[in-house]
Ligand binder design. Structure first.
Ligand code: SF4
Ligand code: SF4
Length: 367
């Protein structure tokens, strides 16, 4: 029997009829595809750690395809945060920006960035997770075709192409039939319907009724860490004064108290030197997980992570946002006094910003 694959559709937060329509068009077309287990969840980012949505996702052991209204990175590292891990499945659905970034990534890697990333120290389960961004296209067919392509790819490794040959399934037509069987002798899988007991002919309608999960629609706000970029430098834990970050047993950074994060505050994502902190719901694409390459020569990341509307650099915006949140919480603003010196040390040979130069001058005067 061909290997099944779970297809998770994460619904948008808004009630936008166009979004609902796209989701439903995809779901209804996939109902009739063999080998798929459909799961429909509320917005992935808003799921509660102990809710039924997360329970269902954690119950999926094999490969999965996740369609969501999030950047690919945002979806992948949100899943990771909840322990839903696997190797990155590659999708052919890319935004134009992503294609440019792939070239930048190759360039950055050719430029020899050999830093150790947290992901290099992790054992990932031997399965693939494919994240498809529903915001790239408004045509359901593109997603339906991609899901079918991945499902075919998913089915092949179970037997392997050489295995097909050894089983005597030599021709492409035979292989295709093996991947998408046409017989109806198998026992019904999840959601398959048979006719009433007593029928002379057991008619099987091979469509998989999706598992629909509902949770209350409370919106959440917390950072997720992209461990393929994170170098465990601990700058985020030094910078955040709200106790969001912590470390695990082997001293690896993690988001320990996500709900301590101040709603709307993206400050630490602006100061992470590897651009590894994602706020999937932020309006700025780079902060929400758009695929920029840390260290890219073509892009001024300080501008991308800054606040163009106020003309601030990333660091200036981060300090202001953190101070605003401290004041809102009834605490004192700290400006650049906390969590930033380490960053300035890294800038050896670079001009310090004006405020740092002023502080240095005052230190020298010993006032
Ligand atoms: S600042 Fe960024 S790279 Fe450093 S530990 Fe935090 S997430 Fe990782
Ligand atoms: S966004 Fe602000 S409150 Fe949230 S983790 Fe980062 S610094 Fe802390």
């Amino acid at each position: 029997m061909a290997k099944r694959i779970a297809v998770v559709v994460s619904q948008g937060q808004s009630a936008s009829p166009a979004k609902r329509q796209l989701e439903e068009d995809i779901i209804s077309a996939l109902l009739f595809e063999q080998g798929l287990d459909l799961v429909i969840i509320p917005h992935l980012y808003d799921l509660k750690p102990d809710g039924t949505g997360m329970l269902a996702l954690n119950g999926i052991m094999g490969n999965m395809i996740v369609l969501s209204w999030l950047y690919e990175r945002g979806a992948r590292w949100t899943l990771d945060r909840f322990g839903i891990r696997g190797k990155e499945g590659l999708t052919l659905i890319k935004s134009e920006d992503d294609e440019e970034e792939d070239e930048d990534a190759e360039e950055a890697s050719a430029n020899g960035d050999n830093k150790e990333r947290v992901i290099d120290t992790q054992d990932l389960p031997n399965r693939r997770i494919y994240c498809l961004d529903l915001r790239i296209h408004d045509k359901a067919q593109i997603y339906i075709d991609e899901v079918k392509r991945i499902a075919r790819e998913n089915a092949l490794p179970l037997v392997g192409l050489s295995g097909l040959g050894m089983s005597g399934l030599a021709s492409p037509e035979q292989a295709a039939r093996f991947v998408t069987p046409t017989n109806n002798t198998a026992l019904p899988m999840m959601g398959e319907h048979t006719s009433a007991p007593g029928s002379i002919v057991a008619e099987t309608k091979s469509f998989a009724e999706p598992l629909r999960i509902a949770e209350d629609g409370t919106r959440r706000w917390y950072p997720v860490i992209d461990y393929s970029r994170c170098t465990n430098c601990m700058e985020c834990i030094d910078f955040c004064l709200f106790g969001v970050y912590g470390v695990d047993k082997v001293e690896t950074i993690l988001v320990e108290q996500p709900d301590n994060c101040r709603k709307g505050c993206p400050a630490c994502s602006r100061v992470c030197p590897e651009n590894a902190i994602i706020f999937p719901q932020h309006k700025t694409p780079t902060i929400a997980g758009a695929d920029v390459v840390a260290g890219s020569l073509k892009i001024d990341l300080s501008l991308l992570f800054g606040a163009p509307e106020t003309g601030e650099t990333a660091e200036q915006a981060a300090v202001r946002e953190r101070d605003e949140q401290l004041l809102l919480a009834g605490r004192q603003a700290v400006g650049t006094a906390v969590g930033l010196p380490k960053r300035q040390e890294h800038k050896s040979g670079e001009a310090k910003d004006e405020l740092d130069s002023l502080i240095d001058a005052l230190d020298e005067l010993d006032v």
